[in-house]
Structures are given as structure tokens and as C-alpha cells.
Design a protein around this ligand. Structure first.
Ligand code: HEM
Length: 359
């Protein structure tokens, strides 16, 4: 992910728009739009839209980022834009990045005639990976105990599979239906530091299942290893929803169980499309640190904020002494939000430095 600031004050210029359109067109021609080629998006922040006299219509739910619990103090990402590049091929991501921001004159056989850096300055560059094997290979970083506990077949540092189809919103569901940005999406991106010593050294598999999914998942032995046996659904909707009673019985609550409470609309549809991936970036520190980049797509930031706040479990800590702000409370003991930013991914027709009220 490249976090970018538009050069200069106020609305972007025609020259800047032309440079961005040409730069994006170049990588469109250079790579197939697929995970074997390159997938990417460009998204714009509330601060970017603040450069214009007009404001976004109220229908676009894009407030500035804020703290979402009493115990987190993230730095807010208020850069103008973020470009998110993804591929199964690391060399493709790196080549596309160089074409967009570097000295490269040709990319995959296509001439580079303009660069994003003709209009923007890169403020922050964030990298990551996801998929079985990669977390295990990259676990020699701060935040993971020296015993190298991350299983080889885990797609995430915490040792479980995530993002089951049945627990994710569909792309259609998170697509804006009305207004000038119809076809676009709202994207929240957090970066979450992980401290997994106690997660791995003080707990066994059942403890981790209880805190990640639910104590009922642990008791019934529903999760083998990293959880591939769950198929395409974590089964969180199948367990009883008396979460406060369960917290008293088991003296803890699960992360997925808490998040799911706010993650369904009145018709039972899942609200968030989570796209998280792991990182060893050293953002804000002098060493490589295990963290999670957490982009999430939804119809509006309030959906993201509802779900994140439901993870705080304040109703549960009020009723069950054993469950405290961060202890026995899902995975909150092990994760620390370092950064958060909110963005609009415009539909393709408005992807180049859009005004808040495009025609
Ligand atoms: C290091 C940090 C995190 C890890 C390793 C993690 C991992 C997981 C895992 C393994 C599941 C269960 C499987 C699944 O349904 O995907 C899950 C569910 C979920 N997590 Fe996280 N998560 C993290 C942070 C967060 C944060 C910050 C949010 C904020 C909104 C969040 C929201 C959710 C939601 C909405 C679900 C699905 C619940 C449902 O079924 O509706 N997670 N997570």
C-alpha cells in the first residue's frame, strides 16, 4: 500500500489529473486484471475531499478516522490517497510500484509515460503477505516468541484461517448503490501490532480457539489445527447467542463471537468484507514487528465502527468480572492498533483525483 499526498494546496490541477490517469492506464495495459497479474485500487480520504470547496454528499459515509475504544491511541492516516497493489507474484507488485513511483521506463513491455509521483508524494509504504507458509517463514520478528510457534499451514501469525466466505460480505453487498460514487466502496484500513508471547506460550490450542472463535467452539472441538476443517463458514451463527451467559460460564469470550454480533444487517447479511494480511513492516519503530494490515470494505465507515466497537465487549465486562477490558476478552490482549485511516474507493469512472461532487 502506498499512502500518497497530492503536491500543493487545494484541489488538484489538470496536469496532475492527466499524470495520474496516464500512470494508472500504463499498469492497466501492462498487467492482466487477476491475482496472477495485478489487482489494485486507489482510494481517497476525507482530508483529500477537504481540499475542495464543495463537500461530499451526506450519503457518502466517510468521516475522519477516530479511536474506537478507551484503550487505543492510533495515529490517524490522513494522507490524501492510498494505492493498494496485490498479486500472487511479489515481483509484479514491486515492478508496478516502480513504474508508478520510480525510474522504470518500461513495465512488462509497456512504456511508462507518467508516474503517480508526478502528482503525489509517497508518505508511507506498507507491505505484507498472506497465505499458508508465509507467516511461518517470516516469524522471526518482534511480537512472536523465539520458539517459532506459527504453524506452517497457517495463513496468519495467530495460527488460524480467517475470511471464510460465509463470514464475509459479498462484493455486491459492499458496493455503493446510489449517488455520484455508485459502484464505489468505503474502505477502512488499520494497522495492528501483534504481541503473541502469551498467546502461544501461556495458552494451548483450546484456549486459543476459545479466544479467537468462541468457548463453545473449544468445548465442542470444532476447530482442528488452523481451522481448515470448518469449510466455508466459521459456524459462529450456529452457536447460542447468549454471549453474556457464556462469558459467565466460561470466564472468557471469543473474538469472532463478539464481532459477529454487529456484523449482520436486519436481513442477516454480513456487513464487512475483510481483506487483512500480515506484515513485518517497521512502521514507527526501529525493528521488524509482526502486525496485521486490516483493510475492510463496507457500505459506510459506521458499519466498520459498529463492528470494531462490538469487539470491545463493554456489555460483557460490565456483567462478568473475569472478562476485563483486555483480558479473557477475545484477542484484545494481543493486538494493538497503531494506525487507522478511512477512504473512498471511487468507481473506475471517477478514480482519477475526483471532486466531491463529480458529474
Ligand atoms: C490481528 C488481528 C486479528 C486477527 C488475527 C483476526 C482473526 C480472525 C479470525 C481467525 C476470525 C474467525 C474466522 C472468520 O470469520 O474470518 C475473525 C473473525 C472476524 N473478525 Fe477478526 N481478527 C483480527 C482483528 C480484527 C479486527 C480489528 C476487526 C475489526 C472490525 C475484526 C473483525 C472480525 C469480524 C467482523 C469477524 C467475523 C465475525 C462474523 O462471523 O461475522 N477482526 N477474525
Amino acid at each position: 500500500m502506498l499512502y500518497l499526498n497530492v503536491d500543493g494546496e487545494g484541489p488538484p490541477t489538470d496536469d496532475q489529473r492527466e499524470a495520474v490517469a496516464t500512470a494508472l492506464g500504463t499498469i492497466d495495459r501492462a498487467y492482466e486484471w487477476s491475482h496472477e497479474g495485478l489487482l489494485y485500487s486507489i482510494a481517497y480520504s476525507p482530508a483529500y475531499f477537504g481540499r475542495f470547496e464543495a463537500s461530499l454528499t451526506a450519503a457518502v459515509d466517510l468521516p475522519a478516522p477516530q479511536s474506537l475504544s478507551e484503550f487505543e491511541t492510533p495515529t490517524f492516516d490522513t494522507q490524501d490517497a492510498v494505492v493498494h497493489l496485490a498479486s500472487d507474484r511479489a515481483d509484479t507488485v514491486l515492478a508496478a510500484e516502480e513504474a508508478l513511483t520510480g525510474e522504470k521506463e518500461r513495465v512488462n513491455g509497456v512504456d511508462v509515460e507518467a508516474r503517480l509521483t508526478d502528482a503525489f508524494t509517497v508518505d508511507s509504504r506498507r507491505t505484507g503477505f498472506v497465505g499458508a507458509g508465509l507467516p511461518a517463514q517470516n516469524q522471526d520478528v518482534a511480537g512472536i516468541p523465539d520458539s517459532k510457534p506459527v504453524p506452517e499451514d497457517s495463513p496468519l501469525f495467530m495460527g488460524f484461517t480467517a475470511g471464510f466466505v460465509g463470514n464475509q460480505a459479498t462484493e455486491d453487498y459492499v458496493t455503493l448503490e446510489d449517488g455520484p460514487f455508485a459502484g464505489g466502496r468505503i474502505k477502512a484500513i488499520s494497522n495492528i501490532r501483534q504481541r503473541l508471547d502469551d498467546w502461544y506460550l501461556e495458552q494451548d490450542h483450546d484456549d486459543r480457539v476459545a479466544e479467537m472463535f468462541s468457548p463453545v467452539h473449544a468445548e465442542q472441538g470444532l476447530v482442528d489445527g488452523v481451522g481448515a476443517n470448518l469449510g466455508d463458514n466459521s459456524g459462529i451463527d450456529e452457536i447460542p447467542d447468549d454471549i453474556v451467559d457464556q462469558s459467565r460460564e466460561y470466564a472468557r469470550v471469543g473474538h469472532a463471537q463478539k464481532a459477529a454480533r454487529a456484523n449482520r444487517d436486519v436481513d442477516g447479511n454480513v456487513r464487512l468484507l475483510r481483506r487483512h494480511f500480515e506484515s513485518t513492516d517497521d512502521i514507527g519503530s526501529d525493528q521488524e514487528v509482526a502486525s496485521l494490515h486490516f483493510p475492510s470494505l463496507q457500505q459506510g465507515i459506521s458499519a466498520f465502527e459498529d463492528v470494531r466497537r462490538s469487539m470491545n465487549g463493554v456489555d460483557i465486562t460490565a456483567e462478568t468480572p473475569a472478562v476485563r477490558q483486555r483480558v479473557n476478552n477475545g484477542i484484545l490482549e494481543y493486538i494493538f492498533t497503531r494506525r487507522r485511516g478511512n477512504f473512498l474507493v471511487p468507481p473506475r469512472r471517477h478514480r482519477v483525483l475526483p471532486s466531491p461532487r463529480p458529474a
